[in-house]
Design a protein. Structure first.
Length: 263
């Protein structure tokens, strides 16, 4: 691109033909009122419905929107594809259901501009509010995050929220190192995984400052989460992160060795 946009918004989407128009309209309307330049990248994760066609219909009338068509390889692969294809100085990862109102992005951008490498939306940090979430989903998330804090990421209250913001240099340092759920293997059905844990673990190991901000979050009916299957998959991913690091798969100092500090 001749002029790099200030912001890239990456939207991974799998079978979202119904919700995607509402999400894209909200994002476009919000960006039209901002003083900065931005691009939006919809990454279709090999959807079985018209998600890609719907996104491309919007692309025809919205020059700042791009659509990537991926084979169905899961959310981790889709997000990684979008981040690495982005051009913005700041990269924002956004769920297709827009369960966090896009206006909440104003909480993220100043922190990145102040030097944080990664800023994550949190449903548990001070100021956060949840609306309409079923009790079993909340319990599932709390149990999983307790395990994550014990084994991998102490200090972060909500690793799995789908709204995260990265300074460009941090994103381009972290995402090429991902090893979990990003291989060239086609999958079946929705793939809710623990890739967020790997992203944040790498950010910490690389020395990037991480900020956690409380957000408004609305439960979106039609969630693709399977409480048992996905919980077991995510738990396995947490252990894979530690094993990968111990084996030196990330090209980082082994656990216990001094870490690099970056601002």
């Amino acid at each position: 691109m001749a002029v790099r946009p200030m912001l890239s918004i990456v939207v991974p989407a799998y079978n979202e033909e119904n919700r995607l128009p509402v999400t894209l309209r909200a994002i476009r309307d919000y960006l039209s009122r901002q003083p900065y330049t931005a691009e939006v990248i919809v990454v279709d994760d090999g959807s079985e419905d018209r998600t890609a066609a719907v996104a491309e219909g919007w692309q025809a009338q919205w020059p700042d929107l791009r659509v990537l068509r991926n084979p169905h390889r899961g959310k981790a692969y889709a997000v990684r594809s979008g981040v690495l294809a982005s051009h913005g100085e700041i990269v924002f990862q956004c769920d297709a259901d827009l369960s966090m109102p896009i206006q909440e992005i104003t909480k993220f951008l100043p922190l990145v501009q102040d030097g944080f490498g990664v800023v994550i939306g949190s449903r548990e940090a001070p100021g956060a509010r949840r609306f309409g979430e079923p009790p079993h989903r909340h319990l599932m998330g709390r149990v999983f995050n307790s395990i994550v804090r014990l084994l991998v990421l102490g200090g972060l209250r909500d690793t799995q929220c789908g709204f995260k913001c990265y300074r460009r240099d941090a994103a381009l340092d972290i995402f090429p190192r991902l090893r979990i759920r990003v291989d060239e293997q086609t999958v079946k059905g929705p793939m809710v995984t623990g890739f967020d844990v790997e992203v944040l673990y790498l950010a910490q190991k690389l020395g990037y400052r991480i900020a956690e901000v409380g957000i408004d979050w609305y439960y979106a009916p039609g969630s693709k989460v399977d409480p048992i299957r996905d919980a077991l998959r995510m738990l396995a991913d947490v252990f894979k992160v530690r094993i990968n690091d111990w084996r030196g798969c990330y090209g980082l100092p082994r656990p216990g060795l001094p870490e690099v500090t970056r601002e």
